[in-house]
Write a protein that binds this ligand. Structure first.
Ligand SMILES: *Cc1c(COP(=O)(O)O)cnc(C)c1O
Length: 384
C-alpha cells in the first residue's frame, strides 16, 4: 500500500446535500446552496461580496476582466506559481512580467517589485504560497503609490490571515480554489471575493454570461438581457451543495491539518538544526493554514534522490512549480522580453518537495514517513 500525496476528505454530508439540491428541483447555479456558501464566507471572514465559481482559474479570469486589462498592459506575477495565475491575464492580451520569490520563502519578494513597475503596469498579482501570507502592507503601499490593482491568488489560502485580517480581503479582488487538492474541496470549484465596491455590480453580470439575470431574480429590474461581456463562471447547485458540507466542517478539517503539519515540523526540526535540509519559514505577520508541508533539499539532484527513495518506501512525495518564466509557452509568447534571472524561483523549483498532507493521515503513517526522511538525510546523502 502506498501513502499517497493527497486524499480527498469527505465529511459525510456531501451526498445528502446533493440529494437535497435535487429534491429542490433547481440544480443550475445561484440557488439555495450557493446562497448558503456565500453567506458563510461573508459572515465568517467579513468579505463584502463573494461569488462561487467553477474554479480559481475562473475567478482569476473574472478578475482580469473586472480590472479591465487591455492588450499590452503589464501585470506583475511571481514566476513560482501555477499557470492559471498568469494565463488569466494572458487571455486578455496582457504582458506578463515575472518577479522573484524571497530567498527563504516562495512568496513574491515585495522588496524587489518597484523596478518592474512601468507606466503600463496595471496590476500586481500576489500568490499566498502554501497559505502563507505575502507582505500585504508593502504590496498595498506600492500599489497605492503607483495606482495599481492588487489581485490575490488565494487559491491555497483559505482561513489564512495576515496580521489578523483574512487573506483574500486585501486585494481589490481575491481568488480561492476548492479543487480536490486544496484544504476545502468541491472537486473543481472556486470563489471570487470582491473587496472594491466599484466591481460588485459588474462582477455579478460577468458571472452570469454578461446578463443582469441576478438582479432580475432579486426583483431589482423587470427584464434581463445582454449588458456586458461575460461567461458561465457560476457553478451548479450540485457543486455548491458539496462545498457547503465541507464548509460546515472547516474548523475540524483545519484543526486536523494543523496537527499533522506540527507533527511533521516537530519531528523533522532536528534535520534543519543539523543543516541537512530546510523546513518551511512562516513570517510573524502570517498564520499557517497547513495547506502544504514542504522540505527544501540542497539541490535538484538531492531532491530527485529523496523522491525516488520515498517512492521505494511506498511514500508519494512531489515537487511543485517550475519557474514559469522558463516555460515553453512564455518563451514563445513574449520572446522579445528582456528577462532577469529569477534565481530564487529556480531554487524553489529545484529544491522544494511536498510531503503527504491530508485529513486522514494517521500518526503511524506520519511516523513511517518521518522515519524514512530521517534515514535518507542521515545516511544516503550527508551535507559535507
Ligand atoms: C490550485 C491553484 C490554482 C488553480 O485553482 P483551480 O481551482 O484548479 O483553477 C491557481 N493558483 C494557485 C496558486 C493554486 O494553488
Amino acid at each position: 500500500m502506498t501513502i499517497g500525496f493527497n486524499k480527498p476528505y469527505f465529511t459525510g454530508k456531501e451526498t445528502s446535500y446533493i440529494l437535497e439540491a435535487v429534491r429542490r428541483e433547481k440544480i443550475s447555479g445561484n440557488g439555495y446552496f450557493t446562497q448558503l456558501c456565500h453567506d458563510f464566507f461573508e459572515k465568517r471572514y467579513g468579505f463584502k461580496k463573494v461569488l462561487l465559481t467553477n474554479s480559481c482559474t475562473d475567478a482569476l479570469e473574472m478578475a482580469a476582466i473586472l480590472i479591465d486589462v487591455q492588450p499590452d498592459d503589464e501585470v506583475i506575477i511571481p514566476a513560482y506559481t501555477f499557470v492559471s495565475t498568469a494565463n488569466a491575464f494572458v487571455l486578455r492580451g496582457a504582458k506578463i512580467i515575472f518577479a522573484d520569490s524571497y530567498p527563504h520563502h516562495p512568496n513574491l519578494n515585495a522588496d524587489s517589485l518597484e523596478p518592474y513597475i512601468t507606466p503600463r503596469t496595471k496590476a500586481i498579482v500576489v500568490v499566498h504560497y502554501a497559505g502563507i501570507a505575502c507582505d500585504m502592507d508593502k504590496i498595498s503601499e506600492l500599489a497605492q503609490k503607483y495606482n495599481l490593482f492588487v489581485v490575490e491568488d488565494a487559491a491555497q489560502a483559505i482561513n489564512g490571515f495576515y496580521k489578523g485580517k483574512p487573506l483574500g480581503s486585501f486585494g481589490h479582488l481575491g481568488c480561492f480554489s476548492f479543487h480536490e487538492t486544496k484544504n476545502i474541496i468541491s472537486g473543481e470549484g472556486g470563489m471570487l471575493v470582491i473587496n472594491d465596491e466599484r466591481f460588485m455590480k459588474r462582477a455579478e453580470i460577468i458571472w452570469e454570461k454578461g446578463t443582469n439575470r441576478a438582479a432580475f431574480f432579486r426583483g431589482e429590474i423587470d427584464k434581463y438581457g445582454w449588458v456586458d461581456i461575460g461567461s458561465s463562471f457560476l457553478p451548479s447547485e450540485l457543486i455548491a451543495a458539496f462545498l457547503y458540507a465541507q464548509l460546515e466542517k472547516l474548523d475540524q478539517i483545519q484543526e486536523k491539518r494543523q496537527w499533522i503539519w506540527q507533527y511533521y515540523y516537530q519531528n523533522l526540526e532536528i534535520l534543519a538544526q543539523k543543516n541537512l535540509c530546510k523546513l518551511p519559514y512562516i513570517p510573524e505577520f502570517s498564520t499557517n493554514n497547513a495547506h502544504i508541508f514542504y522540505l527544501l533539499c540542497q539541490n535538484l539532484e538531492q531532491r530527485t534522490a529523496l523522491i525516488e527513495y520515498l517512492k521505494k518506501q511506498h511514500i508519494q512525495a512531489v515537487f511543485h512549480y517550475l519557474n514559469l518564466q522558463k516555460s515553453p509557452f512564455y518563451t514563445t509568447y513574449q520572446p522579445q522580453m528582456k528577462t532577469k534571472e529569477l534565481t530564487n524561483a529556480d531554487y524553489f523549483a529545484d529544491s522544494l518537495v511536498r510531503l503527504p498532507m491530508y485529513y486522514e493521515l494517521t500518526e503511524t503513517e506520519l511516523d513511517y514517513i518521518i522515519q524514512h526522511i530521517k534515514t535518507f538525510f542521515t545516511t544516503s546523502f550527508t551535507s559535507n
